[in-house]
Design a protein around this ligand. Sequence first.
Ligand code: HMG
Ligand code: MG
Length: 284
Amino acid sequence: YVPKEVEIIEVGPRDGLQNEPIPISSAKKKQLIRRLADCGFSRIETASFVHPKWVPQMSDAEEIARFSQELGLTYLALTPNMKALERAIFVHVPQIAVFIGASETFNRKNINRSINDSLTEYKRLIERAKKAGMFVRGYVSMAFFCPYEGAVSLEQVRNVCESLIKFGVDEIDIGDTNGQANPRLVYERFLKLQELFQETSFVAHFHDTEKMALANVIAALQAGITKFDSSIGGLGGCPFSPGATGNVATEELVNMLEKMGCETNLNVDLLKQLSSFAKSLSSR
Ligand code: HMG
Ligand code: MG
């Protein structure tokens, strides 16, 4: 089964760069975002309002958000707590993303709180964001495996999804944060999640640690998913997900889908050119 059209959401300026150990100048980030905008994305995740001590690479979030706004982009920015939301509201971010781990240990390492405490904060946060007219993405990380706890059950994923949906998120993004999922598991999990939450719009977010990200995209497509995150040049990783590598590479994903007759509304040639610039920003 191949849908006529899918939405590809570029996460390179955020997920792609957040784990880079050497500071990348705001000017270079802007150049990347400007060139990505030229490729035709409906949405790009460009910033993250996290603590600059925890993730120094994202410390210019306000400047990058303002720049994204000037370009006329529909952009997303991560907001893991109320302080982050205030920063995002201040610069008029149109789409925010909260994130939570399906596994307790990862959630504590990533955002320094239990799953329960995060959910309590997200209830208030999402309410406030909705009042401010923002679109809200809810990421569920480690939705298949966790580097600290091993296999993650459907029950664990279902529990956090249930709360996020109750709080009013506009979409749920299921993350294979450490890239340990496989096509069979992806297919089964997405089928079940869509059965459980029939009104919810799901996104798939694959990291390519085991070189199965493209295969996982095909599996998710078979299960009916039509929104995918990817990162130009395959950059990326989460600082609190040891061993994980980048996201599925945008240029490879778009190339594959277009050849299958699945419309992405993106310019493959521009993406291929841009991928070498993106890779040049990485010191890995
Ligand atoms: P915390 O230290 O627990 O925060 O950090 P706190 O509430 O205890 O506050 C401590 C101090 O930090 C206070 O300052 C706050 O004002 C300040 P003080 O009063 O001591 O001077 N503070 C902040 N400053 C700036 N921005 C903020 C902020 N919040 C508090 N937002 C926090 C909690 C969540 C901020 C921290 O743990 C953090 O920044 N974590 C970063 C996590 C992260 O970025 N992970 C990577 C992204 S997730 C990911 O990659 C997965 C994904 O790609 C999907 C997938 O692959 O599955 C999305
Ligand atoms: Mg990620």
